[in-house]
Design a protein around this ligand. Structure first.
Ligand code: ME8
Length: 634
């Protein structure tokens, strides 16, 4: 039985970052999981290479669109290879075979009467030579900020409006077609407002697939891009896809346009679309413009791809937005992988080596643990099926904790000293080893490299990838099996060393990718180390008294209590923004370890912290919640 799944095909006007990696990790996980369930699982990803923006990026890089797209497509492909993803088809929209399939799909829609010619009016930025979709007359160009102008050209239109009812029916009758539920509700409420027809060609753009019989029209990006899912497996009997994995911002294209195109062409629809949330970086949305994008390879170079895979899948509830941070990544790794699974595996195997000469004892297990393991197998598989990865991992770790506790209670190191406790010791070691085996098999789709190592240490002869996860049962670990060499699979990570290293590699990787895109690297920021920051002693203070300073319009002289024996005398240039009487009793922030100086003859023993914009008045820093005087800012 086949299981065909896809990721979005990524735009080549940016190089791969952790957001693209996130979707691809999940796709790789599902592919591995389905394979372990006995499916012939096939994964397609690729690159979206046409359109005006790509044409412009190529020009900016001093390359032809062909040269430019080839470089960036190769970059995506190499990254996925380096990260160990099992990709079956990497489809580029510039491949001639893809062109043929797009043109074929168009022909079917045309023959079925769903295509017509009409005038298209849209907002256009002449400076950037770019159509700005969803803009109104006069709206600024999102790239350069110049006002857009309305232009009219003849386009080919797709009769999307004819599919409103059918699409409502599709989503109403198949709640699984689009998940999670929130996305489905959004799409249904959008559909119920009715759909407009869709322009699917352009004559102003050169870099695209020619519309057959309508030169000089080329396909507008989405008709071209979505068809990749079919063109990648053309003639392989894999359509319809079982799953399209996407990010939530492209739901409309996948859950409305794509099924409508396929309905118009009389072709089967994909079975399921799952739209996940966004990855935020330290609580801010990752985006190119914010410059807060992180790349996966510097992380995998330092802590390994499995650390990143585990973190993203455990920390983020799949479907919702979630944050990435280096601290959280290292924290999760140390607590769950190094101390959790890694420690359990090495402790168990070391005891088998020491107490039983490296041979797994005969099957006999603690009934309570065996029962929990049986339930865990069922619920982890069910959670994977529902794409509830964090829940699956949480359930599995509950089993690992139960075994840890069980080992401590049984205390094999004491049992070994009691001649009549041999059977109990055997049962204890078997129970622990069997849980390690089961956990390793269940985790293989999530952390394939590390589980393969643990599998080898357990002495298993069957390759891990060929284990049938759906036939996993308690008691399959063979007694007498000789374990392999024991080594730590998840050595503890020192955050103080690993995080700066990842950040350093990230800077180098950003520069390398910028060069690839033909962009000048952004000027290096003057970053300070945490040690520099902690030198600044900032304290919460309360203003006890404030007076104007004679002959100085801007200055106020304050007495500020910062929790010391004597209030500080502070002179600050805030008189234009604050009246002295309004300041008394107010909590403020003071830099307490500045060298004292005199202003207009008055000693100033610190600085009051305020923010201002160029030419604007200062605004004092303060707090929404109460905080005692003297508290230090960190
Ligand atoms: O939209 N968090 O390509 P794209 C989570 N070419 N996922 C993210 C992410 C983030 N911060 N950033 C990117 C396109 N992604 C079109 C798709 S499909 C026929 C055409 C992932 O390069 C996520 O899967 O902008 C998102 O949908 C996709 O990358 C967008 O990639």
């Amino acid at each position: 039985m086949k299981y065909y799944l896809t990721t979005p095909i990524y735009y080549v006007n940016a190089a791969p970052h952790i957001g693209h990696t996130y979707t691809t990790i999940v796709a790789d996980l599902i592919r591995r999981f389905k394979t372990m369930q006995g499916f012939e699982a096939v994964l397609t990803t690729g690159t979206d290479e046409h359109g005006q923006k790509v044409e412009r990026s190529a020009r900016a890089a001093g390359k032809t669109p062909e040269e430019f797209t080839t470089i960036i497509a190769a970059e995506f492909r190499q990254q996925w290879e380096k990260l160990g993803f099992k990709i079956d088809h990497f489809q580029r929209t510039t491949s001639p075979q893809h062109h043929k399939v797009v043109q074929g799909l168009f022909k079917r829609c045309l023959d079925n009467g769903y295509i017509y010619k009409s005038a298209y009016s849209g907002q256009y930025c002449f400076f950037d030579e770019l159509y700005v979709s969803d803009a109104k007359p006069g709206d600024p160009c999102p790239d350069c900020g110049r006002p857009t102008e309305t232009v009219t050209e003849e386009n080919l239109f797709f009769k999307l409006s004819a599919f409103t009812e059918k699409l409502v029916e599709l989503h109403e009758q198949n709640p699984d077609f689009l998940q999670p539920e929130t996305r489905r509700n959004e799409v249904l409420s959008f559909l119920r407002q009715g759909l407009n027809d869709l322009s699917i060609s352009r004559t102003t753009i050169k870099w695209g697939i020619p519309v057959p019989g309508y030169a000089p029209h080329v396909f507008y990006v989405w008709f071209d891009a979505l068809t990749t899912y079919m063109s990648a497996v053309d003639g392989l009997d894999l359509w319809p896809a079982d799953l399209h994995l996407i990010g939530k911002e492209i739901v409309r294209f996948h859950a409305i346009y794509w099924p409508a195109f396929l309905m118009a062409a009389g072709l089967p629809l994909p079975k399921r679309i799952y739209a996940h949330g966004w990855l935020l970086f330290e609580n801010d949305k990752m985006s190119k413009s914010r410059g807060n994008i992180v790349r996966a390879t510097p992380i995998s170079d330092v802590v390994g791809i499995d650390a990143l895979r585990y973190f993203l899948l455990r920390e983020i509830v799949f479907g919702q937005d979630g944050s990435f941070s280096y601290d959280a990544l290292v924290g999760r790794y140390n607590s769950d992988l190094a101390n959790g699974l890694g420690n359990l595996a090495s402790r168990t195997l070391t005891m088998i080596r020491q107490y039983r000469d490296g041979a797994i004892p005969a099957p006999a297990g603690a009934p309570a643990i065996a029962e929990q393991a049986r339930e865990t197998i069922a619920s982890v598989i069910a959670a994977f099926e529902r794409f509830e990865f964090s829940k699956a991992l949480e359930t599995l770790w509950a089993l690992l904790s139960a075994v840890d506790k069980y080992i401590v209670e049984q205390a094999p190191w004491k049992l070994i000293k009691k001649p009549d406790a041999a059977a109990t010791l055997d049962a204890t070691l078997y129970t622990a080893a069997e849980v390690v085996r089961i956990a390793t098999a269940l985790l293989a789709p999530v952390i394939p490299d590390s589980t393969a190592k643990i599998w080898a240490q357990l002495g298993m002869s069957e390759p891990l990838e060929s284990v049938r996860i759906d036939r996993l049962a308690w008691g399959q670990l063979a007694g007498g099996q000789k374990i392999g060499e024991v080594a730590a699979v998840f050595p503890r990570i020192d955050a103080g060393v690993a995080i700066p290293k990842m950040q350093e590699l990230e800077i180098a990787e950003t520069a390398r990718q910028a060069a690839l895109l033909g962009k000048a690297p952004s000027p290096p920021q003057d970053l300070i180390a945490i040690d520099d920051f902690v030198k600044v002693d900032m304290r919460v203070g309360v203003v006890l008294d404030a007076q104007a300073v004679k002959g100085a319009d801007k200055l106020l002289h304050m007495k500020v209590d910062i929790g010391e024996a004597k209030p500080r005398s502070i002179v600050a240039g805030i008189a234009e923004a604050y009246k002295p009487e309004d300041l008394v009793g107010r909590k403020v922030v003071i830099v307490a370890n500045l060298q004292p100086r005199k202003l207009r003859g008055i000693p100033s023993e610190g600085m009051i912290v305020a923010a201002s914009v160029e030419g604007g008045k200062p605004v004092l820093a303060g707090f929404h919640e109460d905080i005692p005087v003297g508290a230090r800012l960190k």
